[in-house]
Design a protein around this ligand. Structure first.
Ligand code: APR
Length: 320
């Protein structure tokens, strides 16, 4: 059986890390695409030279030609500009919308059967635009946000309770921005909901509130530290988990920016919800019951995403 083909659009910090992880895990042969000449070729050659040491069998090539992504099974999109200090994800809108147009058209022409994972920010708007420009079915285009946001939340919760992160499971809904909704009610340590742990005196509501706030600002915290770019290790790891779920038909339940049409009272919008990812792409949207606070917060988040889409339509009338 021929190896699977993974195309990575954008060969920057996340793209390079994705290529390394995909190669180490032997998910398939890898094509790194970028508009800048030399970068994808150079990174592909450098990464190929890891193979003798790490012992992976994966062909890694770099290209500036969309024709080379033909037949890709999975495409992960990180093309665009990363956030700089002081820049909100939303400031990126105009620049990255143009990039999504070029990428969407490249995918439509060369790899319309792929499962496409978008990572470019502002995520909920960019995944929507990418779907519009590519014309792929909604269940085959998904955004990576919730896996990363819940990983951040889990890291902070494990740290707070001084337990292994393996025993922590957290839940984040909504848009990938300051309005995201970390759902404390469904976040657990070894199955024990966090609110119960607070009642047991293992933490306080104030400390949990601070963790929720830190999770919401998780991307910005790293931008502030790095100063010259945004997070890339955990975003790449999150994208790979989603690709593996698809390639392995794992039926994993992951929070993703998915096309929601009817569930959660949302009418046709990309927003972060728990979904099942398997060989059919996004196979199901899981609708859980939320308390009034989470419902209200989700609505704020949905409204924020809607505003971004209005802005996108104002910038590019072909989306209106
Ligand atoms: N087509 C393909 N690649 C492009 C295009 C384009 N039209 N425009 C820019 N790129 C490439 C850049 O040349 C660069 O190599 O996208 C790459 C982006 O890499 P980085 O600047 O290192 O950004 P990275 O940290 O990888 O983040 C990428 O993901 O999390 C989001 O906010 C982040 O939107 C950003 C994206």
């Amino acid at each position: 059986m021929a190896r699977k083909k993974i195309a990575l659009i954008g060969a920057g910090n996340i793209g390079g890390t994705l290529a390394h992880l995909a190669a180490k895990k032997e998910l398939g042969d890898i094509v790194l695409f970028d508009v800048v000449e030399g970068i994808p070729q150079g990174k592909a050659l450098d990464l190929s030279q890891c193979a003798p040491i790490e012992g992976f069998d994966a062909k890694i090539t770099g290209t500036n030609d969309y024709a080379d992504i033909a037949g890709a099974d999975v495409i992960i999109v990180t093309a665009g500009v990363a956030r700089k200090p002081g820049m909100s994800r939303d400031d990126l809108l105009g620049i990255n919308l143009k990039v999504m147009k070029a990428v969407g058209e490249g995918i439509k022409a060369n790899a319309p059967d792929a499962f496409v994972i978008c990572i470019t920010n502002p995520l909920d708007a960019m995944v929507w635009a990418l779907r519009e420009f590519s014309g792929l079915p909604h269940n085959k285009v998904v955004g990576m946000a919730g896996v990363l946001d819940s990983a951040r939340f889990s890291h902070f919760i494990a740290d707070e309770f001084q337990v292994s992160v393996k025993d922590v499971s957290t839940f984040v809904l909504g848009g990938h921005g300051d309005t995201m909704v970390p759902v404390v009610q469904y976040s657990t340590v070894a199955g024990i909901p966090v609110p119960d742990l607070v009642k047991m005196g293992r933490s306080t509501q104030e400390r949990i509130d601070a963790i929720v706030k830190r999770t919401r600002g998780g991307g910005g915290e790293i931008v502030g530290l790095l100063k010259t770019g945004s997070a890339f290790y955990a975003p790449a790891t999150s994208g790979i988990a989603m690709a593996e779920a698809y390639l392995g038909d794992q039926k994993r339940v992951l929070p993703c920016a998915a096309w929601v049409d009817g569930q959660y009272g949302v009418d046709g919008l990309y927003v972060g919800v728990p979904v099942v990812i398997g060989a059919g792409g996004v196979e199901e949207i899981i609708e859980i019951s939320l308390d009034d606070e989470a419902k209200g917060n989700l609505q704020v988040s949905v409204d924020a995403v809607k505003e971004l889409l209005v802005a996108c339509k104002g910038i590019d009338n072909s989306l209106a």
